[in-house]
Design a protein around this ligand. Structure first.
Ligand code: GTP
Ligand code: MG
Length: 185
């Protein structure tokens, strides 16, 4: 039986997956202002585990629709195929999540981040929702933002699934580490 020693980091492009992994491990991963920086899966040692940095899915400026679909298929197949994934961390932009999701819902579409989260749950990958870039949300609005995200994902509040943090300022990073440790145990 395959040892489950991988932690898969997934998320829309540009939400800060690589920045988060960098903050967690110190690995000098490439990060960037433009989406589509990480284009294949990359493994970074994390104690006895391996964090897998995945390419971002969803809309990317300057990337063809066909290429975007290919990337999403690659991620879906990777997650389905790899029995060595212990759990997943879905990174999102705490400030933009609800706004983008509602925009898609208004058009009668299933928001891609909600679809991905439910897919991870279906695969029993016990996903953590890492709500990054919390530094961009005013302190007084953070509670409401997180409640909104919970409602859109169908999660109760409070829960041990969502953790607000910032890869930039490092606030909340210890909470993310703690949640990861709990999933590893
Ligand atoms: N304000 C703020 N900016 C952040 C934070 N984390 C990442 N960023 C910025 O967001 C941009 C994207 O970061 P990446 O880590 O490359 O994002 P990614 O999700 O790995 O992107 P892809 O590999 O393209 O899918 C960069 O300009 C980062 O500096 C954060 O916590 N706060
Ligand atoms: Mg990246």
């Amino acid at each position: 039986m395959a040892m489950k020693n991988k932690i898969a980091f997934v998320g829309r492009s540009n939400v800060g997956k690589s920045s988060t992994i960098r903050a967690l491990t110190g690995a000098a991963l490439k990060v960037g202002k433009r989406p589509g920086v990480t284009l294949k899966s990359l493994e970074i040692p994390y104690g006895n585990f391996k964090i897998v940095d995945m390419p971002g899915f969803g809309f990317m400026q300057g990337v063809s629709k066909r290429r975007q679909e290919e990337i999403k298929d690659f991620i879906v197949r990777y997650l389905e195929k790899h029995e060595d994934i212990l759990f997943a961390v879905q990174v999102t932009d705490a400030k933009a999540f609800a706004e983008i999701a509602k925009r898609h819902q208004a058009r009668g579409e299933i928001p891609v981040e909600i679809e991905m989260f439910h897919f991870l749950q279906e695969l029993r990958l016990n996903p953590i929702l890492a709500a990054n870039k919390i530094d961009k949300v005013a302190k007084s609005e953070r509670g409401e933002k997180l409640n909104e995200i919970c409602a859109l994902l169908g999660l109760p509040t409070p829960n041990n699934v969502i953790v607000p943090f910032s890869a930039k300022t490092k606030e909340g990073l210890e909470d993310l580490k703690k949640l990861i440790r709990e999933r590893i145990k």
